[in-house]
Design a protein around this ligand. Structure first.
Ligand code: BG6
Length: 488
């Protein structure tokens, strides 16, 4: 099957950092279908040759194991080309159409790795140049809008020219191997399903922490913040994967229908819960790995009085029969202690304690997304040694854990998130992409938080870079009698 992948934003940050390395990995693994072509689109006046050289130079910044040798790059480069375009000019789309017509590939993927403000124009112009054929797939990168209204406006335009089945909305967290393993754990095994409910689960915690700050994206982040950047999409998609009902089959719409139901069941916000169950934070200066780092307000492109949040912690519930009353906690932030994403499922303690050490200790399942990808099942075991037995110590249980390290089990050369998602677009698999109604529902749910913050004079709570965020985040969860996993 031949394909043309047109990368709008082909000289942008995402193309350099994520997409080209992912496409190269797919090429190296032999999973990119033969007969493909990757066409970078950008405003720069570059020849194909110059574009290939720029990409080769950027590969020097990629991890050694993922860097092509000169011979490998030469073979990969044979797929790459460049088309210069001003995205507002209709004649440039005609030029693109001519470049594509010369090959007439089976599939044409239009990947919009551009500012979302350009999505509408690009879709309109693609249609005007008759580039919205049934063979076309369109890939939209987040953020898809700034709020519910702008998200709807984008979706509305896209749907004027493309069928929903042609639209691939990326949330790269869904491409992470650990998230696919979460689906496998829940729906490929019978073991946990009977326990996966309010009767057995006390609370669920989703943490996505980063030690990096906003880097060079200060200006972008000023208008975005952690709620729009991480909660509306990545964190809520993880919550859906944990909370959804088993889909009737593995088709994209069956999965997306169930995720949508979770989003629709999220407890609506009230004035009280907006005040008590949401914590907005912003990093002050501090130290990461022993090195001093500036606060958010001192970052390039950031207003020195900025109230933009770099941290969010919140508590919610899924109001349905399976989950009623079980708190779901979400926490995400920049410049925290480390790069770490995990989900903790805390089970309820035994109903009656016969061992001393059992009091207050319960089972826990940890789904690690990064830096390592695996599962930990925390149990209690009899760990008494001979010396303790002689001394007649009371029988005490100790915490132990079963560890499944997916890298060790399956090898570390597994398919990365963007590689997986790009291959899925080319192969026309929508399972790991977000449907418009899911996205709109997620915006609808976060919007009261955004509005509340706009009118809240208090501003974000400061936290030192390198910490776990503002203490209000621990206080929020402590009100329910729980603590974040690293504090237990
Ligand atoms: C992106 C956000 O969607 O996800 C970034 O825009 C964030 O701000 C990134 O750093 C985190 O992704 P990952 O895969 O590194 O956890």
């Amino acid at each position: 099957m031949s394909f043309d992948l047109v990368l709008f934003g082909g000289t942008g940050d995402l193309a350099w950092r994520k997409l080209m390395p992912a496409l190269f990995q797919a090429f190296r693994h032999g999973s990119l279908p033969e007969g493909g072509r990757i066409i970078g689109v950008g405003r720069d006046d570059l020849s194909g040759e110059q574009y290939r050289s720029l990409i080769q130079a950027r590969f020097d910044k990629v991890d050694l194991a993922k860097r092509p040798s000169a011979e490998e790059f030469a073979r990969f480069a044979a797929l790459l080309d460049f088309v210069r375009m001003d995205l507002s000019k209709p004649e440039d789309y005609i030029h693109l159409a001519n470049a594509l017509q010369s090959r007439n590939a089976d599939t044409v993927v239009m990947y919009l790795a551009t500012a979302p403000s350009l999505f509408t124009t690009v879709c309109e112009q693609l249609a005007a140049a008759k580039l919205n054929t049934p063979h076309t797939r369109i890939v939209l990168e987040k953020p898809l809008g700034h709020d519910l209204a702008s998200n709807r406006a984008i979706n509305h335009t896209v749907r004027r020219f493309f069928d929903e089945k042609q639209v691939f909305r990326i949330d790269h967290y869904l491409g992470k191997p650990a998230v696919q393993n979460l689906f496998a754990l829940r729906f490929g095994n019978a073991l946990f399903e009977p326990l996966w409910r309010r009767e057995h689960i006390a609370n669920i915690q989703i943490t996505i922490s980063e030690d990096l700050g906003v880097e060079k994206r200060g200006a972008f982040y000023e208008t975005t913040g952690a709620l729009r950047d991480m909660v509306q999409n990545h964190a809520l998609q993880l919550l859906c994967a944990i909370g959804m009902e088993p889909p009737i089959n593995s088709h994209a719409d069956a999965i997306r229908d169930e995720k949508l139901k979770v989003l629709r069941s999220l407890k609506p916000w009230t004035q009280e819960s907006l005040t008590q169950d949401v914590v907005r934070g912003q990093y002050a200066s501090g130290s990461i790995d022993g090195a001093k780092v500036p606060g958010y307000r001192e970052e390039l492109g950031v207003n020195p009085q900025s109230n933009t949040e770099t941290f969010v912690a919140l508590r919610t519930e899924i109001a349905n029969w399976r989950w009623a009353g079980v708190p779901f906690y979400i926490r995400t932030g920049k410049r925290l202690t480390g790069r770490d994403a995990h989900i903790v499922v805390n089970f309820r303690p035994t109903p009656h304690a016969i061992f001393n050490s059992q009091i207050g200790v319960a089972n826990r399942l940890v789904i690690n997304l990064q830096p390592k990808d695996g599962l930990e099942l925390h149990l209690l075991a009899q760990g008494q040694n001979n010396r303790q037995a002689k001394a007649g110590a009371a029988q005490a249980l100790v915490p132990v854990q079963l560890d499944l390290d997916f890298d060790k089990r399956f090898g570390s050369e597994r398919v990365g998130a963007y590689e997986r998602l790009l291959l899925d677009v080319i192969d026309d698999r929508l399972n790991l992409f977000v449907r418009s109604d899911e996205q709109e529902e997620a915006w609808r749910w976060v919007e009261p938080i955004m509005n509340h913050w706009t009118n809240d004079a208090q501003g974000p709570r400061m936290y030192a870079a390198g910490s776990w965020g503002p203490s209000a985040s621990s206080a929020m969860i402590a009100r329910d009698g729980y603590c974040w996993s690293e504090e237990s």
